[in-house]
Design a binder for this molecule. Structure first.
Ligand code: SF4
Length: 574
């Protein structure tokens, strides 16, 4: 068999339907292995070094379907690169989007490039850093990414393939922090944007990029050569030795017309409707991209691909803030949503015949800034008691000081002083229209969060519970990761610098999710499906009670100040 010139793939955690449970896709961030576990501990006797039992993880993270080793569904970004290569003249038989379990069969003497799509390759993303205590444990993301690279290397060795292995997508910044992995994974190159953390949009110029890569243009860094791609050989000094990595920078942002439409089904029915976000939160890299919106017809074409070739009945709308869609932040006063454009977009989406749609992200301020917006969109997308619309929203912090300092435009048209009102009113209006926000908040924001800031967060969550006892929302605390305009800052080191009040934030959020989210609502999610029901019951037991007990134990170990925080939350904010 002739091997394809270009093999594109991603590790198992990015290539799973997660049994159709969208929340479960976060499971890749779960801790897999604790190499420091004491051999005399109870858990070592039960699980060895495993933290989240592998058998449970492998069950939830079921492999995506494949046809002759090709992935039937693939991450949206990978599908974009595939489409861009076809547009730019590569032949169909030259490109394979391989299922990670079958990647070896496509690697041979003719293979020139193996491109891996990586979102959290070394487990340094905010969710993962929180779950693994700042990488003290190994996450499943990191575990399966390493497994994929080791297998690619072995296949190359076995077949004598000289294929260049190139890592791309939004997580490649992580190699800057652990350069030993560049060598371990035998990476020829790492694709980075101009601003380091921000992944370049390579689908605008995939053909020229792969041509240059295959043609050996990136072998040597040549600062004098005129090219849209720049090669930088970075040197990393670590205590015992020096590592090198070839970073390939690309920074032209394609216009909407230069962005190709996918030609094969994407994972979870994901398609995008916009790139960039004009809100300017300092801790976010999305906002560094120029804002572009897909016209409705382009959105429909991608949904039709998913329906026709993937049999999908849902469209998961990637949007950094869906309520920004269609507005011009330079000329629109106070980020007032363009209701007409948003309504037209969702009418067009539903006109394709899909049964369910929901946006990935949106801001609370945008959701409530126009009183008819949520109502009208909910009607269009048929939200109702049996069709809840999940949306991820940034809660970030309850601290008025911090939100004003780091994300004031996230609140526009409101002011930082109105943040608590925005949160409460946002939850109320979303819930009334059958939307359920999954909040994320940032712990240790820019290492600037004081205990008083943390208590403001705890109080705000509790006020929501008291004032709106039937409200539906979850809150996931994430540790601060230096990206976006704060890329020069330090990581928040949860493992070593968690002060008592921040432990309180973690404790309160888990208690909320357990009591108001997992126990109360999650069991209803699986009413009609025994597998889902089993999953959510297990999730409720494993992810609910265990972390609370673990945090109480941690507080006892740390001393009286930490213990007092737990007691105060139990007595006052429970
Ligand atoms: S609103 Fe969200 S996507 Fe937009 S800049 Fe802020 S954090 Fe980033």
């Amino acid at each position: 068999m002739k091997h394809p010139k270009v093999v594109l793939t991603a590790d198992r955690t990015l290539m799973s339907p997660y049994r159709g449970i969208s929340l479960a896709s976060f499971f890749g961030c779960a801790p897999a292995i604790d190499m420091h576990r004491s051999h005399s501990s109870f858990w070592y006797h039960v699980l060895g070094n495993q933290v989240t039992p592998k058998v449970l993880f492998d069950f939830i993270c079921n492999p995506i379907e494949q046809t002759n080793g090709r992935a039937n569904y693939a991450p949206y970004g990978l599908r974009k690169v595939e489409a861009a290569l076809l547009r730019d003249g590569y032949a169909r038989e030259d490109i394979v989007v391989a299922h990670p379990d079958y990647v070896e069969q496509f690697i041979g003497p003719e293979t020139q490039v193996v491109g891996t799509y990586e979102m959290d390759p070394l487990g340094m993303g905010p969710v993962t850093m929180t779950f693994t205590y700042g990488r003290k444990q190994t996450s499943y993301d990191e575990f399966y990414n390493a497994d994929l690279h080791h297998r690619i290397s072995a296949a190359k060795k076995r077949t004598g393939s000289k294929a260049k292995v190139v890592a791309g997508a939004s997580g490649t910044w992580q190699y800057n922090y652990d350069p030993a992995k560049i060598e371990e994974y035998d990476l020829y190159g790492i694709v980075e944007g101009e601003l380091g953390g921000i992944g370049p949009e390579i689908d605008g110029a995939a053909g020229p990029f792969f041509d240059a890569l295959i043609g050996g243009e990136f072998d040597m860094a040549n600062p004098f050569k005129k090219s849209q791609f720049k090669v930088e050989i970075k040197e990393f000094m670590r205590s015992d030795r020096t590592y090198h990595g070839r970073f390939i920078h690309y920074w032209n942002e394609p216009s909407v017309d230069e962005i190709p439409n996918i030609v094969n089904p994407s994972m979870h029915g994901m398609i995008e409707v916009m790139r960039g976000c004009g809100r300017g939160c300092k801790f976010c890299d999305v906002t560094l991209r120029p804002l572009r919106y897909y016209p409705v017809e382009k959105v429909q074409k991608e949904i039709e691909v998913n329906m026709k070739y993937g049999g999908l009945k849902n469209a998961w709308i990637h949007s950094d803030d869906i309520f920004v869609y269609g507005l011009n932040p330079r000329t629109t006063k106070n980020m007032q949503p363009n209701r007409e454009a948003i309504e037209e977009l969702f009418k067009g989406i539903m006109a394709t015949g899909i049964e369910h749609t929901n946006p990935t992200h949106g801001t609370l301020a945008g959701a409530i800034a126009d009183e008819r917006l949520l109502q009208n969109v909910s009607k269009i997308i048929k939200a109702g008691p049996n069709n809840h619309i999940g949306i991820q929203c940034g809660f970030e912090t309850g601290s008025i000081r911090l939100i004003g300092k780091y994300a004031d435009r996230k609140l526009a048209p409101y002011k930082p002083e109105e943040w608590h009102w925005v949160v409460k009113n946002g939850v109320k209006q979303l819930n009334e229209n059958y939307w359920v926000p999954a909040f994320t908040l940032i712990m240790g924001l820019d290492n600037d969060e004081t205990p008083e800031d943390s208590w403001e967060t705890i109080r705000l969550i509790h006020e929501l519970e008291l004032e709106q006892p039937d409200s539906k929302f979850t809150v996931t605390p994430l540790t601060f990761v230096p990206i976006g305009l704060l890329e020069k800052s330090d990581f928040y080191d949860i493992g070593n610098t968690m002060d008592p009040a921040k432990l309180g934030v973690m404790y309160k959020t888990w208690q909320h999710n357990f009591k108001y989210g997992i126990q109360k609502f999650m069991s209803q999610v699986g009413r009609d499906n025994p597998i889902k029901n089993w999953f959510f019951t297990t999730l409720a037991g494993t992810l609910g009670g265990v972390p609370l007990t673990a945090m109480e134990k941690y507080a006892r170990r740390k001393g009286s100040e930490h213990e007092r925080v737990i007691e105060k939350i139990k007595a006052t904010y429970w």
